[in-house]
Design a protein. Structure first.
Length: 120
């Protein structure tokens, strides 16, 4: 598989994880601790699954890890929306994360499609 550092989706996912880390550091209030931990775990899992997937030579295995990364984007979105609704993060911070999720999700869908249609 490709070197993960050459994948635009990895760079976008890495930036999303960094943004989530920066924003989660400011989560305060009742229940914020567990939500912060969940948001951090889910956001970090996206670029890490992309990295791990590239270590496999089988397209099937690569796709499996890309699907894990894709599932984690949904988890980040859910945690972000919950934090926003609980007023634990600012609107602008929530929008930053939600926009990042949308970008990464679209890129992952595109990469998954390319890996599926590419001759093995």
């Amino acid at each position: 598989m490709a070197d993960f550092k050459n994948l635009r989706v990895w760079h976008a996912a890495q930036q999303l994880a960094l943004d989530a880390h920066r924003i989660a550091a400011g989560l305060r209030g009742p229940g914020a601790s567990s939500l912060r931990d969940q948001l951090l775990r889910a956001s970090m899992s996206i670029p890490i699954n992309i990295v791990e997937g590239t270590a496999h030579t089988s397209p099937k295995e690569f796709l499996r890890f890309l699907s894990y990364a894709l599932a984690s984007t949904t988890e980040v979105e859910g945690h972000t929306r919950l934090a926003k609704d609980l007023q634990l993060i600012a609107y602008d911070d929530a929008e930053c994360l939600l926009n990042g999720v949308e970008i990464v999700r679209k890129m992952l869908h595109g990469l998954i499609h390319r890996v599926k249609v590419r001759p093995h």
